[in-house]
Design a protein around this ligand. Structure first.
Ligand code: DGY
Length: 320
Protein backbone atom coordinates (compact mmCIF):
# COMPACT_ATOMS: atom_id res chain seq x y z
CA UNK A 1 0.00 0.00 0.00
CA UNK A 2 1.25 3.47 -0.90
CA UNK A 3 1.96 5.88 1.96
CA UNK A 4 -0.89 8.27 2.65
CA UNK A 5 -0.37 12.03 2.63
CA UNK A 6 -3.01 14.45 3.88
CA UNK A 7 -2.79 18.15 3.01
CA UNK A 8 -4.83 20.36 5.31
CA UNK A 9 -5.65 23.09 2.77
CA UNK A 10 -6.30 23.11 -0.94
CA UNK A 11 -2.98 23.64 -2.73
CA UNK A 12 -2.37 24.03 -6.47
CA UNK A 13 -2.29 20.72 -8.33
CA UNK A 14 1.03 21.50 -10.05
CA UNK A 15 2.77 21.80 -6.69
CA UNK A 16 1.54 18.47 -5.34
CA UNK A 17 1.84 16.53 -8.61
CA UNK A 18 5.17 15.03 -7.56
CA UNK A 19 3.57 13.63 -4.39
CA UNK A 20 0.64 12.21 -6.36
CA UNK A 21 3.01 10.19 -8.55
CA UNK A 22 4.32 8.26 -5.56
CA UNK A 23 1.77 8.45 -2.77
CA UNK A 24 -1.93 8.45 -2.08
CA UNK A 25 -2.70 12.10 -1.55
CA UNK A 26 -5.86 13.65 -0.15
CA UNK A 27 -6.42 17.31 0.40
CA UNK A 28 -8.98 19.40 2.29
CA UNK A 29 -10.92 20.88 -0.60
CA UNK A 30 -11.18 24.48 0.59
CA UNK A 31 -8.55 27.14 0.20
CA UNK A 32 -10.21 29.76 2.36
CA UNK A 33 -11.58 27.67 5.23
CA UNK A 34 -9.49 25.51 7.56
CA UNK A 35 -10.19 21.81 7.82
CA UNK A 36 -12.51 21.09 10.78
CA UNK A 37 -10.62 19.52 13.66
CA UNK A 38 -12.60 16.24 13.62
CA UNK A 39 -11.86 15.76 9.90
CA UNK A 40 -8.21 16.58 10.47
CA UNK A 41 -8.00 14.07 13.32
CA UNK A 42 -9.70 11.44 11.20
CA UNK A 43 -7.16 12.01 8.43
CA UNK A 44 -4.26 11.95 10.89
CA UNK A 45 -5.34 8.42 11.88
CA UNK A 46 -4.61 7.21 8.35
CA UNK A 47 -1.69 9.42 7.44
CA UNK A 48 2.02 8.76 7.03
CA UNK A 49 2.55 12.47 6.36
CA UNK A 50 0.63 15.64 7.11
CA UNK A 51 1.20 18.90 5.28
CA UNK A 52 -0.22 21.47 7.69
CA UNK A 53 -0.90 25.20 7.95
CA UNK A 54 -0.40 27.36 11.01
CA UNK A 55 -4.17 27.22 11.55
CA UNK A 56 -4.06 23.50 12.44
CA UNK A 57 -3.43 22.45 16.02
CA UNK A 58 -0.99 19.57 15.65
CA UNK A 59 -1.37 18.42 19.23
CA UNK A 60 -0.74 15.19 21.11
CA UNK A 61 -4.10 13.74 20.06
CA UNK A 62 -3.31 14.30 16.38
CA UNK A 63 0.26 13.06 16.65
CA UNK A 64 -0.78 9.88 18.46
CA UNK A 65 -3.87 9.30 16.32
CA UNK A 66 -2.83 6.54 13.99
CA UNK A 67 0.66 5.48 14.97
CA UNK A 68 1.81 5.80 11.35
CA UNK A 69 2.84 9.44 11.13
CA UNK A 70 6.41 10.06 10.01
CA UNK A 71 6.39 13.74 9.18
CA UNK A 72 4.54 16.96 9.86
CA UNK A 73 5.51 19.46 7.17
CA UNK A 74 4.27 22.78 8.50
CA UNK A 75 3.91 25.48 5.87
CA UNK A 76 5.33 28.33 7.95
CA UNK A 77 8.60 29.24 9.57
CA UNK A 78 6.81 29.41 12.93
CA UNK A 79 5.73 26.10 14.42
CA UNK A 80 4.01 27.11 17.65
CA UNK A 81 0.93 25.23 16.39
CA UNK A 82 2.87 21.95 16.56
CA UNK A 83 3.61 20.04 19.75
CA UNK A 84 7.25 19.48 18.81
CA UNK A 85 8.15 17.76 22.08
CA UNK A 86 5.51 15.08 21.59
CA UNK A 87 6.51 14.67 17.95
CA UNK A 88 10.11 14.10 19.07
CA UNK A 89 9.04 11.56 21.66
CA UNK A 90 7.07 9.70 19.00
CA UNK A 91 9.90 9.89 16.46
CA UNK A 92 7.87 12.07 14.07
CA UNK A 93 9.90 14.56 12.04
CA UNK A 94 8.66 18.14 12.05
CA UNK A 95 9.73 20.50 9.27
CA UNK A 96 9.10 24.20 8.70
CA UNK A 97 9.82 26.64 5.86
CA UNK A 98 12.68 28.91 6.92
CA UNK A 99 14.82 31.09 4.61
CA UNK A 100 12.52 31.04 1.57
CA UNK A 101 10.27 33.64 3.20
CA UNK A 102 12.88 35.96 4.72
CA UNK A 103 12.74 38.69 2.10
CA UNK A 104 8.98 38.72 1.57
CA UNK A 105 8.27 38.78 5.30
CA UNK A 106 10.85 41.51 5.85
CA UNK A 107 9.30 43.54 3.01
CA UNK A 108 5.85 43.35 4.60
CA UNK A 109 7.27 44.14 8.03
CA UNK A 110 9.01 47.21 6.69
CA UNK A 111 5.88 48.17 4.78
CA UNK A 112 4.05 48.17 8.14
CA UNK A 113 6.74 50.42 9.59
CA UNK A 114 6.25 52.87 6.72
CA UNK A 115 2.47 52.59 6.59
CA UNK A 116 2.01 53.17 10.32
CA UNK A 117 4.55 56.00 10.45
CA UNK A 118 3.30 57.81 7.37
CA UNK A 119 -0.40 57.09 8.03
CA UNK A 120 -0.74 55.51 4.62
CA UNK A 121 -3.90 53.49 5.18
CA UNK A 122 -5.63 56.40 6.85
CA UNK A 123 -4.57 58.67 3.97
CA UNK A 124 -5.75 56.20 1.32
CA UNK A 125 -9.16 55.97 3.03
CA UNK A 126 -9.30 59.76 3.23
CA UNK A 127 -8.89 60.07 -0.55
CA UNK A 128 -11.29 57.23 -1.38
CA UNK A 129 -13.99 58.69 0.88
CA UNK A 130 -13.78 62.02 -0.99
CA UNK A 131 -12.48 63.91 2.04
CA UNK A 132 -9.56 65.54 0.21
CA UNK A 133 -10.63 69.12 -0.32
CA UNK A 134 -7.28 70.92 -0.51
CA UNK A 135 -3.59 70.47 0.04
CA UNK A 136 -2.59 71.80 3.43
CA UNK A 137 0.73 72.01 5.26
CA UNK A 138 0.11 69.37 7.90
CA UNK A 139 -2.55 67.31 6.17
CA UNK A 140 -2.10 63.72 7.34
CA UNK A 141 1.47 64.45 8.33
CA UNK A 142 3.12 61.45 9.93
CA UNK A 143 6.57 60.68 11.21
CA UNK A 144 9.80 60.16 9.34
CA UNK A 145 11.29 56.71 9.23
CA UNK A 146 14.71 57.55 7.79
CA UNK A 147 17.47 58.40 10.27
CA UNK A 148 15.36 57.19 13.19
CA UNK A 149 16.06 54.30 15.57
CA UNK A 150 14.58 50.88 14.96
CA UNK A 151 14.59 48.23 17.68
CA UNK A 152 14.17 44.65 16.50
CA UNK A 153 13.06 42.10 19.05
CA UNK A 154 13.96 38.67 17.68
CA UNK A 155 17.03 38.90 15.45
CA UNK A 156 16.58 35.69 13.50
CA UNK A 157 16.87 35.54 9.73
CA UNK A 158 13.79 37.69 9.18
CA UNK A 159 14.99 40.18 11.79
CA UNK A 160 18.34 40.50 10.02
CA UNK A 161 16.58 40.98 6.70
CA UNK A 162 14.48 43.77 8.21
CA UNK A 163 17.68 45.30 9.62
CA UNK A 164 19.13 45.38 6.08
CA UNK A 165 16.15 47.37 4.91
CA UNK A 166 16.49 49.69 7.92
CA UNK A 167 20.17 50.26 7.07
CA UNK A 168 19.03 51.43 3.63
CA UNK A 169 16.89 54.04 5.38
CA UNK A 170 19.94 55.24 7.36
CA UNK A 171 18.38 54.07 10.60
CA UNK A 172 20.17 53.33 13.83
CA UNK A 173 19.58 49.63 14.48
CA UNK A 174 19.13 48.17 17.96
CA UNK A 175 18.23 44.57 18.61
CA UNK A 176 17.39 42.22 21.41
CA UNK A 177 17.64 38.47 21.06
CA UNK A 178 18.32 35.36 23.14
CA UNK A 179 21.87 35.33 21.76
CA UNK A 180 24.10 37.96 20.15
CA UNK A 181 24.32 38.08 16.37
CA UNK A 182 27.88 39.11 15.48
CA UNK A 183 27.13 39.05 11.74
CA UNK A 184 24.33 41.62 12.11
CA UNK A 185 26.58 43.72 14.34
CA UNK A 186 29.49 43.67 11.88
CA UNK A 187 27.61 43.87 8.60
CA UNK A 188 24.79 46.23 9.58
CA UNK A 189 26.12 48.01 12.64
CA UNK A 190 23.27 46.60 14.75
CA UNK A 191 23.75 47.14 18.49
CA UNK A 192 22.75 44.50 21.01
CA UNK A 193 20.82 46.03 23.92
CA UNK A 194 18.63 44.83 26.77
CA UNK A 195 14.89 44.58 26.15
CA UNK A 196 14.24 47.63 28.34
CA UNK A 197 16.90 49.74 26.65
CA UNK A 198 15.47 48.83 23.26
CA UNK A 199 11.99 49.92 24.36
CA UNK A 200 13.29 53.18 25.77
CA UNK A 201 15.48 54.18 22.81
CA UNK A 202 13.56 52.98 19.73
CA UNK A 203 11.29 55.08 17.55
CA UNK A 204 10.12 51.86 15.89
CA UNK A 205 9.78 48.70 17.95
CA UNK A 206 9.49 45.69 15.67
CA UNK A 207 8.48 42.32 17.07
CA UNK A 208 9.75 39.29 15.17
CA UNK A 209 10.29 36.88 18.00
CA UNK A 210 8.76 33.39 17.82
CA UNK A 211 5.92 32.55 20.19
CA UNK A 212 7.22 30.51 23.13
CA UNK A 213 6.26 30.34 26.80
CA UNK A 214 8.91 33.04 27.47
CA UNK A 215 7.67 35.44 24.79
CA UNK A 216 3.93 35.05 25.38
CA UNK A 217 2.56 38.40 26.60
CA UNK A 218 6.03 40.00 26.28
CA UNK A 219 4.59 43.26 24.99
CA UNK A 220 2.34 44.22 27.88
CA UNK A 221 1.42 47.40 29.73
CA UNK A 222 4.82 47.55 31.33
CA UNK A 223 6.57 47.32 27.95
CA UNK A 224 4.34 49.89 26.23
CA UNK A 225 4.86 52.32 29.09
CA UNK A 226 8.62 52.15 28.60
CA UNK A 227 8.33 53.10 24.91
CA UNK A 228 8.63 56.66 23.65
CA UNK A 229 5.38 58.62 23.30
CA UNK A 230 5.96 58.75 19.55
CA UNK A 231 6.92 55.11 19.20
CA UNK A 232 5.44 52.97 16.46
CA UNK A 233 4.98 49.31 17.33
CA UNK A 234 4.99 46.64 14.62
CA UNK A 235 4.19 42.97 15.12
CA UNK A 236 4.84 40.48 12.33
CA UNK A 237 5.54 37.37 14.42
CA UNK A 238 2.65 35.91 16.41
CA UNK A 239 -0.32 37.62 18.07
CA UNK A 240 -0.02 36.15 21.57
CA UNK A 241 3.39 37.78 22.02
CA UNK A 242 1.35 40.96 22.54
CA UNK A 243 -1.24 41.72 25.17
CA UNK A 244 -3.83 43.27 22.87
CA UNK A 245 -5.80 44.87 25.67
CA UNK A 246 -2.67 46.67 26.88
CA UNK A 247 -1.75 47.66 23.32
CA UNK A 248 -5.22 49.11 22.82
CA UNK A 249 -4.97 51.10 26.05
CA UNK A 250 -1.51 52.42 25.11
CA UNK A 251 -2.68 53.52 21.66
CA UNK A 252 -5.91 55.01 22.93
CA UNK A 253 -4.16 56.95 25.69
CA UNK A 254 -1.51 58.21 23.26
CA UNK A 255 1.26 56.46 25.21
CA UNK A 256 2.54 55.27 21.83
CA UNK A 257 1.77 56.76 18.43
CA UNK A 258 0.71 53.92 16.17
CA UNK A 259 0.83 50.20 15.48
CA UNK A 260 1.25 48.05 12.38
CA UNK A 261 -0.06 44.55 13.00
CA UNK A 262 0.07 41.53 10.73
CA UNK A 263 -0.84 39.02 13.45
CA UNK A 264 -3.42 38.79 16.23
CA UNK A 265 -4.15 36.75 19.32
CA UNK A 266 -7.14 35.23 17.54
CA UNK A 267 -7.07 34.90 13.79
CA UNK A 268 -9.03 35.95 11.90
CA UNK A 269 -9.55 38.98 14.15
CA UNK A 270 -13.24 39.87 14.57
CA UNK A 271 -14.36 43.03 12.79
CA UNK A 272 -15.64 44.41 16.12
CA UNK A 273 -12.24 44.05 17.82
CA UNK A 274 -11.42 47.33 19.63
CA UNK A 275 -8.01 47.62 17.94
CA UNK A 276 -9.70 47.93 14.56
CA UNK A 277 -11.59 51.05 15.69
CA UNK A 278 -8.36 52.99 16.03
CA UNK A 279 -7.16 55.15 13.15
CA UNK A 280 -3.58 54.70 14.23
CA UNK A 281 -3.69 50.92 13.74
CA UNK A 282 -2.72 49.40 10.40
CA UNK A 283 -4.06 45.83 10.39
CA UNK A 284 -3.16 43.09 7.92
CA UNK A 285 -4.55 39.53 7.70
CA UNK A 286 -1.32 37.64 8.49
CA UNK A 287 0.20 38.13 5.03
CA UNK A 288 3.87 38.49 5.98
CA UNK A 289 5.08 35.86 3.55
CA UNK A 290 2.19 36.18 1.13
CA UNK A 291 3.78 36.90 -2.21
CA UNK A 292 2.91 34.38 -4.89
CA UNK A 293 6.57 33.47 -5.42
CA UNK A 294 7.24 32.93 -1.73
CA UNK A 295 4.06 30.99 -1.02
CA UNK A 296 4.91 28.65 -3.90
CA UNK A 297 8.43 28.24 -2.54
CA UNK A 298 7.00 27.36 0.89
CA UNK A 299 4.60 24.78 -0.57
CA UNK A 300 7.39 23.33 -2.67
CA UNK A 301 9.63 22.98 0.36
CA UNK A 302 6.89 21.14 2.28
CA UNK A 303 6.40 18.77 -0.63
CA UNK A 304 10.15 18.09 -0.89
CA UNK A 305 10.43 17.47 2.85
CA UNK A 306 7.56 14.97 2.75
CA UNK A 307 9.03 13.14 -0.22
CA UNK A 308 12.47 12.98 1.41
CA UNK A 309 11.17 11.62 4.71
CA UNK A 310 8.83 9.09 3.09
CA UNK A 311 11.80 7.92 1.00
CA UNK A 312 13.80 7.33 4.15
CA UNK A 313 16.01 10.40 3.68
CA UNK A 314 16.75 13.47 5.75
CA UNK A 315 14.42 16.45 5.20
CA UNK A 316 15.85 19.76 4.06
CA UNK A 317 14.53 21.88 6.91
CA UNK A 318 13.87 19.88 10.06
CA UNK A 319 12.84 21.64 13.25
CA UNK A 320 15.66 20.67 15.60
C1 DGY B 1 5.26 31.95 9.20
O1 DGY B 1 5.81 31.41 8.24
O2 DGY B 1 5.44 31.58 10.35
C2 DGY B 1 4.34 33.07 8.89
O3 DGY B 1 3.75 33.60 9.99
C3 DGY B 1 3.30 32.63 7.89
O4 DGY B 1 3.80 32.80 6.66
Amino acid sequence: MKPYVFISRKLPENVIAILKEKYTVEMWDREDVPVPYDVFLQEARKADALLTMLSEPVNEEVLEAGGKLKIIANMAVGYDNVDVETAKRLGITVTNTPEVLNDSTADLTFALVLAAARRMVEAAEFVKKGNWKSWSPLLLAGQDVHHKTIGIVGMGNIGKTVAKRAAGFDMEILYHNRSRKPDAEQELGAQYVSFDELLERSDFVVCLTPLTEETRNLFNRNAFQKMKGKAVFVNASRGPVVNEHDLYEALKAGEIAAAGLDVFAEEPIGEDHPLLELKNVVAMPHIGSASIETRYAMMQLCVENIDLVLSGKKPKTPVE
